[in-house]
Design a protein around this ligand. Structure first.
Ligand code: PMP
Ligand code: GLU
Length: 381
């Protein structure tokens, strides 16, 4: 039989980041030695205390369903963490999800419908576009590549892109794929536009804990933003827990009620014992600091190595990505780089910004050195 598929799924492609990482794994299985700088995944094991808490929770029988929004202890601990960031949310304004990706999906599904306009800051993480398209929304994209990926100098462009018709704006600082951390003045500019045009804003803060010498402000703390900001965060990056699938969103209660329906009819809840591990994660500091320090050293290493090859990059202040300026046809550049140099990166066009390749420097110093040397040897730098 021939199945008929919906427009919804036909409108999108599989995640480019995950697809390239799958290709790298496939080539490795065939015996190739691939330096995989594609997927955004910390290369450290999950800290031992968190693993132990997960195992203990399983042994203690935390293996059934939980309340759909997540166990109360975890939502309370998340509320405390958000309070440390200056955000005030009760536990019933928080939904715990299997990964921040699911949180974003539920929020977009709850807010965006056919023909709604959503504004993204480019380059933007691959799944925002797909989520908006699946919801039937239309995208307006503001290019930050002319301003070293900073938002403050591009506020006029953002002002020109938003209007009373805009339903939603997505802000991701520190940013995937650029590593940019937006200044307070930039966020205040976002606030002014959001208030003027009565916009809802998603603040994706999944890299908030991974910064180098700067303290990112949470957008929802700015005056006028509390009742129009949905803050998304998760455990994948800061605690190296990508495969555990744990994230959350916090926002006004009416949004939580609506998105909560999607949550209860789709995933039911996040995994019970994983939520208990999440409680332990929120108490973990030293291991996070160690990972962040390692990422910072790797950032410096990559920036220096690229400079030796006369390649200048916008130096990231957070996350573990940077955008490497490459050929205009970034897709061909990335395909060549993986075939000839056996170095996997993600084309900038997957993030809405051709002419670049994203490097994830969540890899050992030795592999980063090897990767850059190979790119140089094969004529890719
Ligand atoms: N937001 C951004 C900007 C990301 O880079 C990721 C990476 N996976 C996510 C959300 C989702 O993360 P997860 O689902 O693993 O929590
Ligand atoms: N967010 C990570 C990345 O950008 C993981 C892959 C994904 O979820 O798309 O590489």
């Amino acid at each position: 039989m021939t199945m008929e598929f919906t427009d919804r799924v036909s409108r999108v492609e599989p995640s480019a980041t995950l697809a390239i990482s799958a290709l790298a794994t496939e080539l490795e299985a065939e015996g190739a030695d691939i330096v995989d700088l594609s997927v955004g995944e910390p290369d450290f094991p999950t800290p031992e205390n968190i693993v132990a808490a997960g195992k203990d929770a399983m042994d203690a029988g935390h293996t059934g369903y939980t309340t759909s929004a997540g166990i109360l202890e975890l939502r309370e601990a998340i509320a405390d963490k958000l309070a440390d960031d200056g955000l005030e949310h009760d536990s019933d304004e928080i939904i715990v999800t299997p990964g921040a990706k699911q949180a974003l999906y539920e929020v977009v599904q709850a807010l965006v419908e056919d023909g709604d306009e959503v504004v993204l800051l480019d380059p933007a993480w691959v799944s925002y576009e797909a989520m908006v398209k699946m919801a039937g929304g239309d995208l307006t994209r503001v290019d930050l590549s002319e301003t070293d990926f900073q938002l403050e100098p591009a506020l006029d462009e953002l002002a020109a892109a938003v209007s009373d018709e805009t339903e939603l704006l997505v802000v991701n600082s520190p940013s995937n794929p650029t590593g940019a951390v937006y200044s307070d003045a930039a966020l205040e500019g976002v606030r002014d536009l959001a208030v003027e045009h009565d916009l809802t804003v998603i603040s994706d803060e999944i890299y908030k804990e991974i910064t180098y010498g700067v303290e990112p402000t949470s957008l929802g703390t700015l005056e006028g933003m509390a009742d129009r900001t949905v803050t998304v965060n998760g455990f994948s990056k800061a605690y190296s827990m990508t495969g555990w699938r744990l994230g959350y969103f916090a926002g006004p209660e009416e949004l939580i009620d609506q998105a909560g329906k999607l949550h209860s009819h789709s995933v039911s809840s996040a995994v019970n014992f994983v939520q208990h591990a999440g409680l332990e994660a929120l108490e973990t500091e030293a291991a996070v600091t160690e990972m962040v320090t390692a990422f910072e050293e790797r950032r410096d290493l990559v920036v220096d190595l690229l400079a030796e090859h006369d390649v200048d990059v916008a130096v990231p202040e957070g996350a573990f990505y940077m955008m490497l300026p490459v050929a205009e046809d970034d897709q061909a550049w990335c395909e060549g780089a993986i075939e000839d140099a056996h170095v996997a990166t993600v084309p900038g066009s997957a993030f809405g910004t051709p002419g670049y390749a994203r490097i994830s420097y969540a890899a050992s110093e030795a592999r980063l050195e090897e990767g850059i040397e190979r790119l140089a040897e094969e004529g890719y730098l």
